[in-house]
Ligand binder design. Structure first.
Ligand code: 6CS
Length: 339
């Protein structure tokens, strides 16, 4: 063989090897969430990873990033919109400056007191997926799913059983603007922060109170620096999982169908997982800090907070405009809270 033929043959062989190596390499989907390892969003992401990798026979690998590894809640939404990350949790509590209409989930007493109703609406509501979904697309995001993480419980340093008790209380809220309005209407003095600053804020009295589902109050240890756990029924913590819109639109039909299957399997899975996590956490918090006082507001007490915040829906309509009034009315019907 001449030197020229030898070189051509070995170059072709190398090209073939590179090409086959590339074909064998798994595609990577990055999934960032807003919580710590073992929390509800992490449980969801781990099961998503397991199912996607199993159903694609390893052609796709999912890499999970927990809170802080890629930044705060707002940072990971930006990374998803830019395509650096393919999937992330983007909770309505933090999403208001990106997708203003999703703040309907910050309107007090919108959701049902029946968790099964909430599960059904969040996983399949035409108002959420067909009316609010397009607003995600205009921000470069595709709304993949929505699920509940548990009732939001207030942790405070003094008892709060009526709006007047919130007077002078510096209450931390998530970063969506409507939450500031909601807590002002309850009589508190609200301040918006990413959750990474909440423990030290409570410890140093920069803030006096906050709200979160009980599993998160345990995991982030907020109960260590507060004295009361107050159930007022004002809100369920909800989250969305979003993907980058161009990434999603460019997927094969096979991968889109697979993602739809994974979503339906995970709707049931995560509903049960969050309920278990919340029940177990309350017991552990009480064992770890027996002095903590649990207050469950009765119907009459709750009605006072509902009354105080009854203008928040209109406030949101004024702030966001578009079809927000229609969306709010449709969701009230779906949740059965339109009476
Ligand atoms: O309070 C927060 O901001 C955080 N709470 C939960 C339950 N998940 C992530 C979110 O950022």
């Amino acid at each position: 063989m001449s030197m020229k033929k030898f070189l051509t043959a070995s170059l072709s062989a190398t090209a073939l090897l590179i090409a086959s190596g590339m074909a064998a390499q798994a595609e990577e989907w990055k999934f960032a969430h807003e919580e710590s390892p073992g929390d509800v969003q992490d449980i969801y992401a781990q099961e998503f990873k397991r199912l996607v990798e199993e159903k694609t026979d390893g052609d796709v690998t999912v890499t999970i990033y927990t809170y802080g590894q890629l930044g705060t809640e707002n940072d990971i939404t930006e990374l998803t919109a830019s395509g650096a990350v393919q999937f992330s949790n983007a909770s309505p509590g933090h999403l208001g400056t990106f997708v203003p209409e999703i703040q309907v989930f910050g309107v007090p007493y919108l959701l049902s007191q029946d968790p099964e109703v909430n599960k059904k609406v969040l996983s399949s509501s035409p108002t959420i997926y067909e009316k609010i979904g397009p607003d995600f697309e205009s921000q470069g995001l595709k709304l993949y799913t929505m699920y509940p993480e548990g009732e939001m419980v207030w942790t405070t340093k003094k008892p709060v059983t009526e709006p007047a008790d919130f007077s002078g209380v510096k209450f931390r809220v998530m970063t969506s603007p409507i939450l500031i309005e909601s807590y002002k209407s309850f009589g508190a003095n609200p301040t918006a922060l990413p959750w990474g600053e909440v423990y030290s804020g409570l410890q140093t009295s920069v803030i006096d109170a906050q709200e979160n589902p009980i599993f998160f109050i345990e995991s982030a240890k907020f109960y260590e620096v507060t004295d009361y756990l107050i159930y007022a029924g004002q809100q369920e913590y909800t989250t969305t999982v979003v993907s980058n819109a161009d990434f999603y639109n460019g997927l094969s039909d096979e991968h889109k169908a697979l993602l739809a299957d994974v979503k339906s399997e995970l709707d049931d899975f995560i509903f049960d997982a969050q309920a278990e996590a919340n029940a177990a956490s309350l017991e552990r918090i009480q064992a770890a800090k027996p002095s903590i006082e649990v207050i469950r507001l009765d119907e009459e007490q709750r009605a006072k907070f509902a009354e105080a915040s009854s203008g928040i829906g209109d406030k949101l309509v004024e702030m966001v405009g578009g079809d927000t009034a229609e969306v709010l009315e449709a969701l009230r019907k779906e949740f059965g809270t339109d009476m």
